[in-house]
Design a protein. Sequence first.
Length: 189
Amino acid sequence: MWKWLSSGLYWVSTGWVALVALVIFLLFSALVLPVQSSQAKATSGEAGSPDMSFFYSAGDLYRMAEAYGSQGRAAYVRARFTFDVTWPVVYTLFLSTAISWVYARAFPPASRWRLANLSPVLGALFDYLENLSTSLVMLRYPAQTAVVDRLAPVFTLIKWMFVSGSFVLLLVGIVLGLWRWRQQRNREP
């Protein structure tokens, strides 16, 4: 299944598709993220947010839930099922198509490195798992949500590893692609 998905991403990732995905990503980052960030700050105050943290514990998650209050928790859950349904689609579309387009030029078809285009997909998967688990904790608060409260920080950490790793993979691919292009130009008469 993973190889099939990776191949499908290479098939759809033309230069134009990657460029349109980049424009959507940039517009969303410039127009939607600042609004969402200010709304989140208004409802959470200084308590922070699980999805913007690399490391937190189940106890930290409950402290955030307490600090948010009932209205803040409701706003948090609402944001997870509106904005945070769309945002992973936007960054995954950009990163997957960009990595696919760049890696198609940087690595031969049989290279295992070409599977790197799945990194953003895995990031989005763990983003959704994080959203579901943190929302469940917020909805059930003050009741404890055993297991889920301990999985949420793990999902968040893995999400950030894949998402930030995707940007690194994209940069590595660009550098290798440019190096390969330069080598080919130097060989031409």
